[in-house]
Design a protein around this ligand. Structure first.
Ligand SMILES: [Zn+2]
Length: 330
């Protein structure tokens, strides 16, 4: 099927009842060639919202590509109201390099909304905001853990925003984390533009996890139903009860060494539980790490080699939103 090169996503330009494949111009590389972003504009036969789905903003976070592929494969566009604008790879240079960062080594999810006349990542972010984000009415931004870590299937959203909260709840993740959004993130910029947005963290980097992909697809279908895009979503309940966390933070190790972590993802821990230990290279335990309070394990390090100050566990504390430190976006 033909791929159309465009300078901006204009949903109304594309036919209803079918999916059109676009390549969006952004910035040029060192060969003076445009870095083209893959975009699918899938229009239903009735008017309605424009739901944006973005993946691989961090170039090595790949579960989101499969989420988009699987979702679009199953959609009946004749029955759908509104449109899906899916961008399976946002950070094209990072995707080619198997890296989280953009071509200039910068984390794109810290520079939004970017600026013209700025650095590589700033110009790219500005053009993405102008040419892609602006066409959306709602956004689901798909991520995974960073390299060397693993995540549960969890959603970050501003739970004080009613639409974002409803979208996040419809997603039915293992963990639902209140997080207003760090400045510079795509989600924060979307919210600033009046586009309710959630971040879905789908497991681990640089791989595809079929079970988490499936539950994420079913979650997005529930979001589409919530937004009135599809009459009914397949009613399958995930094998977990969503745990609501009002805040979260990372535990770090204050001793470098060889790290072992005891609880698994989604495990609940009590205050004072010994959750990890650090050994020196001869095998002697030199540090036990305890939880300061009860919580649930949202994410954890998978790399045993830890210098002083490394992240150990991402601990969520259960309960509805309260004023709390904001954890960095994965
Ligand atoms: Zn990410």
């Amino acid at each position: 099927m033909e791929v159309h090169i465009v300078r901006r996503i204009e949903v109304a330009d594309w036919p209803t009842g079918r999916a059109s494949k676009l390549a969006l111009e952004t910035v040029a590389d060192g060969l003076a060639r445009d870095i083209l972003l893959p975009v699918i504009v899938a229009r239903g036969s009735k008017p309605g919202p424009v739901l944006g789905l973005t993946a691989a903003l961090h170039g090595n976070e790949l579960n989101g590509l499969s989420v988009i592929h699987r979702l679009l494969q199953d959609l009946d566009l004749r029955e759908m109201a509104g449109s899906i604008v899916a961008i399976p790879v946002v950070n094209v240079p990072g995707y080619h390099a198997n890296k989280r960062e953009f071509s200039d080594g910068i984390d794109l999810n810290r520079v939004f909304p970017g600026k013209e006349g700025g650095t590589q990542s700033q110009v790219f972010s500005a053009r993405f905001t102008d040419r892609a984000l602006r066409c959306m009415t709602h956004l689901v931004d798909l991520h995974t853990a960073s390299f060397g870590r693993e995540n549960s299937l969890y959603v970050r959203a501003d739970l004080n925003h009613p639409v974002a909260r409803a979208m996040a709840e419809a997603q039915q993740p293992q963990i639902l984390l209140h997080n207003r959004g760090v400045e510079g993130t795509l989600r924060d910029t979307a919210m600033d533009h009046g586009i309710p947005a959630i971040t879905v963290e789908v497991g681990n980097p640089q791989r595809v996890q079929d079970d988490l992909v499936l539950w994420s697809v079913l979650g997005i279908e529930q979001v589409m139903h919530l937004l009135g895009m599809i009459p009914a979503a397949p009613r399958r309940s995930p094998p977990w009860q969503t745990v609501l966390c009002g805040r979260s933070y990372w535990l770090y190790t204050d001793r470098g060494g060889f790290l072992e972590i005891f609880p698994q993802l989604c495990d609940r821990v009590k205050a004072g539980d010994r959750v990890a230990q650090v050994r020196d290279v001869y095998g002697r335990v030199i540090r036990d790490i305890f939880t300061p309070e009860a919580g649930v394990i949202i994410g954890r390090s998978t790399n045993p080699v830890n210098q002083t100050g490394s992240r150990v566990l991402h601990l969520g504390t259960e309960g509805d939103p309260q004023r709390a430190p904001t954890a960095p976006d994965e």
